[in-house]
Write a protein that binds this ligand. Structure first.
Ligand code: ZN
Length: 328
């Protein structure tokens, strides 16, 4: 694209600069300028082919140093590329995930570590730092379309629960202002726009109330396990406790379900080396974790195809296609 330095129309060629880029001169005011092709990698100077390969490796669950070994890029370059591209993914997702119509959102948090384990933090670090130690990836998924509309990363706090629920509510098609006017409010006629299921984390009910008010069907499920503290052995589920919090009662309680979002946690661990437990691949900086997750989120919503239940192994369209996203 040619972008002139002035507003005039008539221009003439003024040769090329040292790098061989075309220069132009305005015929009316004499201003001259160079046409530089926009670098999609910002100020990074690696080739597009190298960048593509590195990003494909990172999005398929390779570590930063593994990417360094395969591509020959330095690990700092791979990391910079991840942060640059992840930032773009985050902006893209934030812009495109709007006006959604979803049916059943399941919320969960996945535990990980940044820089060092929580138990290794000093007293001062525990008090002052929000960006190191144990970290939680807050996600939600629509059980029907497998869309992950948003995520946040932070401590497992009531503040973050409110922040996340408000963010998700802002991405859904909420009812118009007339639905909550005085007349309707007294009659209590509210049509829930979405169902929500969460685990037993105590901050959720208040956060769901704050974000959705009466326009939601909300219940929580607490799973009880036997042998839950034996590591490497699957713990046996001995019972579930389902609680309806809003607009849910009787047999409807059996629809409360967080299994799909728990399955998503496994997919996250599969595609992000930094979530692999008991390895050295854990995140060293919160910024890197956020970039890696933003890239995963875009990949999962726009590229990844889940399979139909059963043994057919048949692939379904991507989540973005299944919600009928306008870009597709
Ligand atoms: Zn001019």
């Amino acid at each position: 694209m040619i972008k002139a330095a002035c507003k005039h129309e008539r221009k003439t060629s003024k040769g090329r600069d040292r790098k061989g880029q075309q220069r132009w001169k305005c015929k009316d005011c004499g201003v001259s300028w160079t046409v530089r092709p926009r670098n999609p990698l910002g100020d990074m100077r690696i080739s597009i082919a190298d960048a593509k390969l590195a990003l494909r490796l990172l999005v398929e669950g390779n570590s930063i140093r593994g990417t360094e070994r395969i591509t020959g890029l330095d690990k700092k370059t791979a990391c910079r590329l991840l942060v640059f591209f992840g930032g773009k993914c985050r902006v893209f997702m934030d812009r495109e995930m709007r006006g959604l119509n979803l049916t059943h959102l399941q919320f969960d948090e996945q535990h990980t570590t940044v820089y060092k384990k929580q138990a290794r933090l000093t007293v001062d670090e525990k008090r002052e730092r929000h960006d190191i130690g144990e970290m939680f990836i807050w996600t939600c998924i629509d059980s029907k379309t497998k869309l992950m509309p948003s995520f946040i990363i932070g401590k497992r706090s009531a503040d973050n629960a409110r922040r996340f629920l408000k963010d998700v509510a802002g991405r859904l098609n909420m009812p118009g202002p007339g639905q909550a006017d005085d007349h309707n409010f007294t009659k209590g006629r509210f049509r829930p726009i979405v169902q929500i299921s969460t685990d037993g984390f105590a901050a959720y009910p208040e956060a769901v109330d704050l974000a959705f008010g009466p326009y939601v069907r909300y219940g929580s499920i607490i799973k009880e396990y036997r042998n839950a503290n034996m590591v490497y052995t699957p713990s046996e589920m001995v019972g579930t406790k389902r609680t309806g919090h809003r607009n849910m009662e009787g047999r409807e309680l059996y629809t409360i379900n967080t299994s799909h979002v728990e399955r998503l946690n496994g997919t996250q661990r599969l595609f992000m080396k930094r979530l692999n437990r008991l390895t050295y691949a854990f995140s060293k900086k919160l910024e890197n974790l956020e970039a890696a997750f933003a890239m995963f989120a875009c990949y999962y919503n726009w590229c990844w195809r889940t399979r139909t239940p059963g043994n057919s192994g048949q692939k379904r369209p991507t989540a973005a296609m299944r919600i009928g996203h306008p870009l597709l």
